[in-house]
Write a protein that binds this ligand. Structure first.
Ligand code: HEM
Length: 419
């Protein structure tokens, strides 16, 4: 990774730093333990089902994760307020770098992780379909032969079908309002006895009692029972006897990762977006009304247990002609620090904000940071973008004092930017 990389930076900040609040929508996988209460929908379950329904119509290189689902919500196979709720949540997060199908895939990653499931990797690069695609999401009244053929069309073997359905149906349940003949009881008939992403979908099934309405319901719609027993229960028994087999099948085999990475021919996914432990963010070089140059940047330190009140982070820079900083005077302390201890996968973030102003004649050519972990000078490391420093382009500079933007009418804005 070399800074700046606008597409990577945006997605990293979206997914790991949670800067747009996406991962905060389903706040917790609540109740985090114990029985589902039968009334509270699970946002995580809705997000995971959304991903499957988008992928499920994939056929010979056409369709897959392309967001076409949101053009297809009026189809009977896509019944349920969960899917339209999800669309309404996701559209607020559309950006140049996070189109709808990437949001659907990221939603599955977030949902599985938040409920205690495996950490799935997220590769961006999906492309939104121009409109609805073919139909073909499996329905509970389908026969085993129909389901096996549908999963084969989606790219999964008969055994992988068992894994994919179990990995999906460990979350959520069947709603009475949409499937009144399957769920004749409370609002939501859960698939297993916890709301977590765990192997209880298998332990309940193998050892009983299974509350799963697609296992113990009207025979015509017992699709889970038909699928789970299709190999003589071998796969479900392996899941029931080992939580780690279940988790690794869902992730590493990887049925869920393959599900979200099933894209139309011609679409190439980018590398997985991994968190960058040290990265500049919110960089802005601008001209002040006084004619001086101001550089603002925030240094993010990310990972488990990174929050520290002792750490000293210092910004250093080289001027444009590289003459004025010879004395080493070109450095500055941060003006504020903020921290967030509640990010995905047990990660934390501490951010250090800098703002320095120099004469236009001196300007900046690059910057870097030193990090003194305990603040006593004993362990100082340098963060310099892999050796080349973080570059500054001072050829075209923004002038915020003479820039403005406002709405002139519904959905119409006038933006004036001075450079
Ligand atoms: C033969 C294949 C499948 C059939 C027939 C099927 C059927 C169903 C049905 C009838 C529901 C209830 C929906 C509602 O009441 O809103 C449901 C929910 C769900 N399905 Fe499937 N499903 C299949 C495969 C999958 C797969 C492969 C996944 C994901 C990997 C998945 C994920 C989910 C999730 C998470 C829910 C719970 C949604 C919620 O609680 O809001 N399903 N499924």
């Amino acid at each position: 990774y070399t800074w700046p990389d606008l597409a990577y930076d945006y997605v990293e900040e979206f997914l790991w730093l949670e800067l747009t609040g996406f991962a905060g929508i389903p706040a917790v996988c609540a109740p985090s333990s114990g029985n589902p209460d039968g009334t509270t929908p699970s946002i995580q379950a809705q997000w995971l089902r959304t991903a499957y329904h988008d992928m499920a119509t994939f056929n010979a290189g056409v369709g897959g994760m392309d967001g076409s689902l949101f053009f297809e919500l009026d189809r009977a196979e896509n019944i349920g307020a969960g899917l339209s709720n999800t669309r309404n949540q996701f559209i607020k997060h559309i950006s140049k770098y996070t189109p709808i199908p990437d949001l659907i895939a990221a939603g599955a990653v977030v949902a599985v992780g938040q409920c205690g499931g495996p950490s799935l990797s997220f590769r961006p690069g999906r492309v939104l379909a121009a409109g609805p695609g073919p139909s073909g999401v499996p329905v509970p009244t389908g026969t085993l032969a129909q389901h096996t053929a549908a999963f084969q069309r989606q790219g999964f073997t008969a055994t992988e079908m068992i894994g994919l359905v179990a990995c999906g149906h460990t979350l959520g349940g069947v709603t009475a309002v949409d499937f009144p003949t399957i769920n004749t009881g409370s609002a939501i008939a859960p698939f297993d006895d916890t709301r977590l992403f765990d192997n209880h979908i298998a332990t309940n099934y193998v050892h009983g009692p299974s509350v799963n309405p697609l296992v113990n319901g009207p025979a015509v719609s017992e699709s889970d029972a038909r699928i789970f027993s299709s190999d003589g229960n071998v796969t479900m028994q392996s899941f029931a006897s080992s939580a780690s087999t279940f988790n690794s099948t869902c992730a590493t085999l990887p049925v869920l990762e393959r599900m979200i990475n099933t894209v139309p021919t011609g679409v190439t996914l980018r590398d997985p977006v991994v968190p960058i432990p040290f990265k500049p963010r919110d960089y802005l070089l601008s001209i002040t009304p006084a004619g001086t140059l101001n550089l603002q940047v925030t240094a993010d330190i990310f990972g488990p247990s990174v929050i520290s009140s002792n750490r000293v982070v210092t910004l250093h820079w080289a001027d444009r002609q590289s003459t004025k900083c010879a004395s080493g005077a070109c450095s500055a302390a941060f003006i504020s620090t903020t921290s967030n201890a509640a990010l995905r996968n047990g990660n934390t973030l501490q951010s250090y904000k800098f703002s320095v102003t120099v004469s236009a004649a001196a300007s900046f050519s690059s910057f870097w940071f030193t990090v003194d972990e305990v603040g006593n000078g004993a362990t100082v490391t340098t963060q310099n973008n892999g050796g080349g420093n973080y570059p500054v382009d001072d050829l075209v500079v923004n002038v915020p004092a003479f820039s403005c933007g406002f709405f002139t009418g519904a959905g119409i804005a006038r933006i004036t930017t001075a450079v």
